[in-house]
Design a protein around this ligand. Structure first.
Ligand code: ATP
Length: 810
């Protein structure tokens, strides 16, 4: 198969990672790989002009009776130019100027090296009016057939994917027309009877239905949150109000997620518009309540497509005028504009497009004339294939519903996370003083951090505190884990106290690894003394261990007969059953930042291998996903360990790889090693070994990322998920507290399912009881018995073609 990939519509971070993954996966699966520059415009223009100037035959495919054998060998597909894409036609675009180079270009393995770290799209993107016409699509078909291409991957927004589907459904008539016009012969027509197409959604708005996340949306959210964090400090200093306009014409995803991650006071999104008659009063009232509590800054986020319930546009300027005139707030407007599109892709926008690119190639290989065109999507962290046109139709239905003022329908067409996050935003931002909950159903909730700090712990705590206050409960912060509890280091938390916690790294409550098992009786006495009605523990494996101890302790200590919930929070992501822990995304981003800098240094020396040591306990998640996100060529994990045979192969692989680098173009390479992978083959050992064995081909250095991976500002994903998981956990505690109240006789008894961990499994949020967790835990190695990401390690090796290079003879 000959696969071509193009990027179309507005650019987004992660598009380059898609191109790289499709090219590499294609080559690995025995396909020839091509890129189309400048989106559909490049497809329409093709290589005709170039070929005319360079005297190439007028129709290559028609003159070849047999399709050329695909080159399954990577060595035959290593590179087809010296950076052909950037050199040919640089500076030209699709606005009518003549382009110099070819638009449809064959690419090889090394041509796309390092692309995952680049923002925008290196193959160019455009909006093509010509492709919207049948004439344009006829030219596009001819150009593809000329190069013998029979499969197309399109990465773009809903418009681009619609174009892809139109092209595919029209294909039989297009090739008929080409044949009738004598442009292609009979055998070429037969050979190209079917065009395989698959779509990937590249869009910063996250506006596509039937997928949780579009490629580029997480990076755009990073850019917005960086801006909000910066604005927050100046707003606080001057007690100002800021109205921040973010992108999103029909989709409020960026606005909503930045509002929840940035701790905004008020939000305008198209799907849930405020009442046309009363929104000004409601906004002022809400902000006034915050100010009355002593809040010094006000932050309002507005999507560019915001409007009221009568569809009258609401602009940032409108909001500013109301805040200035009616509340006398010193108000400024910041429109973030194109800064949201730019910059280096975050970890998620490297990992997700890579996984999706591999899936796209599989989908193409499995496609038949009968299968629909697929769109590759994602559900939580599971890659999915959905019917492309169904996704586009559902997406369009949202805009239509908004246009018809059917906002309930618009909301229902968004994924459940959208609605939950919106509920989360209201629950954690709006002050409500009139809770009607009866006294006996009001809980005193202990909130505690256990284990090492992880990004999102504070955001989860903030959301839990605000949930409590809205719902008539009393949130009690326990400082310094079980050690602090023993010292009565507990404090009633207020709405304002936790205000800035969402964006803070580390643990505001203080955390440590102390286990309650050290003196369970004393812990029980403290639970009794403080009359805790429920417990929320935020932490990793230590927190799970603690939950297990407390739950088992219920038999002996009545004060543990209360509902207990754990939110997994650990950079190691080693809590059993759950595919995701708070902090792991922040950690991956810290790792990616560090590795990009290290790789730059390694590349500057042309031939340096850096051995990067990561934390992660006895769980290789961070090392493996970090390797995928940073393009490392080798990864060592505790699950697999390190042995001499493996090291020998790795040295051979590196020697072959450096040997094959283009002259003067050797690059730095990364090796990632989890610090618990082996007691013998340490980072120092491996570094020295590579230095010795590399000879004149490469040298080696090491870098230990250590605790830098824990800290830093939490990523928007960790912040937003923290709120969602925290509110669900509070609802869980509330539900079980009510059930226990209903069921209680004289003695309070907590059923087993009232001690549980909130997990993400197979793309869904599920509660796992402590007993279920134990059944899936490898207690000795402090990790789950299975890990969903095991296959990713193979992918890391495939992405550098390790098996092929290792297999090469010396
Ligand atoms: P963004 O989300 O950034 O707007 P998009 O992919 O939706 O991205 P569009 O401008 O709608 O951006 O579409 C990109 C290109 O896809 C168009 O310029 C056009 O070439 C092609 N296209 C869109 N809709 C169609 C269609 N119905 N038929 C053929 N081609 C189309």
């Amino acid at each position: 198969m000959k696969i071509a990939i193009l990027t179309s519509g507005g650019d987004s971070a992660g598009m380059n990672a898609v191109v790289r993954a499709v090219v590499k996966a294609g080559i690995l699966k025995g396909c020839e790989t091509w890129v189309v520059r400048e989106g559909y415009e490049g497809l329409v223009k093709g290589n005709k002009e170039y070929n005319r100037q360079h005297g190439a035959p007028s129709f290559r495919a028609a003159t070849t009776t047999e399709r050329p054998d695909p080159s399954t060998n990577i060595l035959n597909n290593l590179r087809f130019g010296d950076g052909p894409l950037l050199k040919e036609g640089t500076g030209d675009d699709a606005t009518g100027r003549t382009l110099r180079g070819r638009y449809i270009v064959r690419v090889g393995w090394d041509d796309v090296r390092g692309w995952f770290a680049e923002g925008g799209t290196l193959v160019g993107s455009a909006r093509s009016q010509t492709f919207r016409t049948e004439e344009g699509r006829l030219a596009a078909a001819e150009n593809l057939i000329y190069e013998g291409i029979d499969a197309l991957v399109v990465c773009g927004g809903d418009g681009s994917l619609t174009g892809a589907d139109v092209f595919r459904s029209e294909w039989p008539s297009l090739i008929n027309k080409l044949h009738e016009a004598g442009q292609i012969d009979e055998s070429t027509m037969k050979r190209h009877a079917h065009l395989r197409i698959v779509g990937l959604v590249g869009s910063i708005d996250n506006d596509m239905s039937l997928t949780d996340m579009t490629i580029g949306a997480p990076t755009a959210l990073h850019r917005i949150c960086e801006a909000i964090d910066n604005i927050n400090t100046t707003a606080l200093s001057h007690s100002r109000a800021f109205v921040i306009e973010v992108m999103g014409r029909h989709c409020g995803w960026l606005a909503l997620f930045s509002a929840i991650s940035g701790g905004a006071d008020f939000l305008f999104i198209p799907e849930k518009p405020p009442n046309a008659a009363t929104w000004q009063d409601e906004m002022c009232e809400s902000i006034n309540r915050h100010r009355e509590l002593g809040k010094r800054k006000t932050l309002v986020i507005i999507a560019e497509g915001a409007h009221d319930s009568s569809l009258n546009p609401i602009t940032a300027e409108d909001v500013k005028n109301i805040l200035s005139d009616r509340m006398a707030l010193d108000t400024r407007v910041t429109t973030l504009g194109h800064t949201q599109r730019g910059g280096r892709p975050c970890a998620l926008d490297r990992i997700m497009p890579t996984l999706q690119g591999f899936e796209a190639v599989d989908a193409l290989l499995e496609s038949t004339p009968e299968t629909p065109s697929y769109m590759i999507g994602i559900s939580e962290n599971k890659i999915t294939r959905v019917d492309l046109m169904e996704a586009v139709a559902t997406t369009r239905a949202v805009a239509e519903a908004i246009g018809n003022k059917d906002f309930a329908k618009a909301m229902s067409l968004r994924d459940p996370e959208f609605q939950e996050t919106l509920d989360g935003f209201f629950a954690s931002s709006a002050v409500v003083n009139d809770c009607k909950r009866p006294e006996h159903l009001r809980m005193k909730v202990a909130i505690m951090h256990v284990g090492a700090p992880a990004g999102g712990m504070n955001a989860a705590t903030r959301a839990a505190v605000r949930y409590c206050l809205r719902n008539g409960h009393t949130p009690v912060g326990v400082h310094n884990g079980f050690r602090g509890l023993a010292d009565d280091d507990v404090e009633y938390l207020t709405w304002l106290m936790v205000d800035g916690w969402g964006a803070r790294g580390g643990s505001e409550l203080g955390t440590n690894r102390d286990s309650p098992a050290v003196d369970l009786g004393a812990v029980a006495a403290k639970f009794q003394q403080h009359s805790f009605d429920a417990l929320l523990v935020i932490g990793g494996f230590d927190a799970f261990d603690a939950l297990l101890t407390l739950k088992d302790g219920r038999k002996v200590y009545p004060s543990f007969n209360i509902p207990m919930a754990q939110i997994p929070a650990t950079i190691s992501n080693n809590v059993p059953l759950t595919e995701y822990s708070l902090g792991s995304d922040t950690c991956l981003n810290a790792l990616v930042d560090a590795c990009d800098a290290i790789k730059q240094s390694a590349s500057a020396s042309r031939n340096r291998v850096f051995v990067v040591e990561t934390q992660g306990g006895r769980c290789g998640y961070i090392a493996t996903m970090g390797a995928l996100a940073s393009g490392a060529c080798l990864v060592y994990t505790p699950e697999e360990g390190i042995n001499l045979d493996g090291l020998r192969q790795d040295v051979k692989f590196l020697k072959n790889r450096y040997h094959l680098d283009a002259k003067g173009k050797s690059e730095g390479r990364l090796v990632i090693r989890n610090d618990r992978s082996s007691n013998i083959y340490t980072t120092e050992f491996i570094t020295s070994m590579l230095k010795e064995e590399g000879g004149t081909l490469f040298d080696s250095r090491s870098a230990n990322l250590g605790h830098t991976l824990q800290g830093g500002i939490p990523s928007p994903t960790d912040r937003a998920r923290a709120v969602r998981l925290s509110l669900k956990s509070m609802a869980f505690l509330e539900r079980h507290f009510e059930n226990m109240h209903k069921a209680s006789g004289k003695t309070r008894h907590a059923p087993d399912d009232s001690a549980a961990v909130i997990t993400i499994q197979g793309g869904q949020i599920k509660w796992a009881t402590v007993d279920e967790m134990v059944a899936h835990a490898d207690m000795k190695n402090r990790r789950g018995t299975t890990s969903w990401w095991t296959g990713v390690k193979t992918m890391v090796e495939q992405l550098v073609a390790k098996p092929e290079f290792t297999a090469m003879s010396d």
